[in-house]
Design a protein around this ligand. Structure first.
Ligand code: TA6
Length: 278
């Protein structure tokens, strides 16, 4: 049976999903990393750095990195956990959807002594892309985890971007170190390095730039992260294209503030859905 995978950047295998209306998405086996979502008008909705690496043991910069079982440096594991740099396996696929799977390995057991099975389902709809991660504890002991769909959205100019839906929400500012800061304005704008965690975040936010409105909805996740490295930090990120901060914004579904507990043989599920609003 021929593989549906095609060769992507760096010779890495990727799967292309296509919808009858012309929209498409691409998912690399490496990290089960969604690297592209083009709506029917052919417009790329996700940011992918022109300087990204595409090689083993290295995260792709942009798209939707899958973060598990640790967020950022909130623990002893590598930055953002283990699975975004591992090769997943394609479990099933159709034209508009696919499921990838990954389990623990001898390598992961050395650093994180727990057994797991992750299923990642991507589904392309008329005007939306939905991503669902299912985490199963396949071992005999409870584990706690943090996770995130660390989504990089493409924008023309970050200075023209706003997020609606965060008004009155509290956030922890990882740049200033201030916690429980209240978002007072209806619209959130980007004017500096931004690295915010919104605990118990609203389930939906609207990303606006000019006439483009993208609804970003999350389910199952408790928190949301909003990130833009801005100029100085952006310049330190070797795999972020020159002035890449201008053309990206991370709006991430996340469960990071309070690690989730998963009992033996139990399952947790979270999803993020992006919908282009006419
Ligand atoms: O989600 C925001 C964040 O934790 C930032 O602090 C920044 O480190 C970003 O993730 C990117 O992390 P990475 O390991 O992909 O460079």
């Amino acid at each position: 049976m021929t593989t549906p995978m095609i060769l992507g950047e760096g010779g890495l295998p990727k799967l292309r999903l296509t919808h009858p209306n012309g929209s498409s998405a691409e998912i690399y086996q490496h990290g089960a990393h969604v690297a592209s979502w083009k709506t029917a008008d052919g417009v790329e909705q996700l940011f992918l750095s022109g300087a990204s690496h595409f090689k083993a043991q290295t995260a792709i910069r942009g798209g939707v990195p899958i973060i598990f079982p640790q967020f950022s440096n909130f623990g002893p594991l590598p930055m953002h956990g283990l699975v975004r740099t591992m090769d997943w396996q394609l479990l099933e696929h159709q034209n508009t959807q696919a499921t990838f799977i990954i389990t623990e390995t001898e390598e992961t057991l050395k650093v994180w002594p727990f057994h797991f099975e992750l299923h990642y389902h991507a589904a392309l709809h008329e005007k939306s892309l939905s991503l669902t991660i299912t985490i199963k504890n396949t071992g005999d002991k409870m584990f706690t985890f943090q996770n995130s769909l660390h989504t990089y959205f493409r924008v023309k100019d970050i200075n023209q971007v706003s997020l609606r839906g965060l008004k009155d929400s509290l956030y922890n500012d990882r740049v200033s170190g201030h916690n429980d800061v209240q978002q007072r304005e209806e619209l959130f704008h980007f004017t500096q390095e931004t690295d915010l965690i919104f605990p118990k975040a609203p389930h939906e936010v609207l990303l606006n730039e000019g006439t483009r409105n993208l609804n970003i909805k999350q389910q199952g996740f408790t928190d949301r992260v909003v990130f833009n490295p801005w100029i100085k930090k952006g310049d330190t990120m070797a795999d972020l294209e020159k002035e890449g901060y201008l053309r990206m914004v991370c709006v991430e579904a996340a469960s990071v503030i309070k690690p989730l507990e998963l009992a033996a043989h139990k399952t947790w599920q979270g999803s993020q859905t992006f919908t282009l609003i006419d």
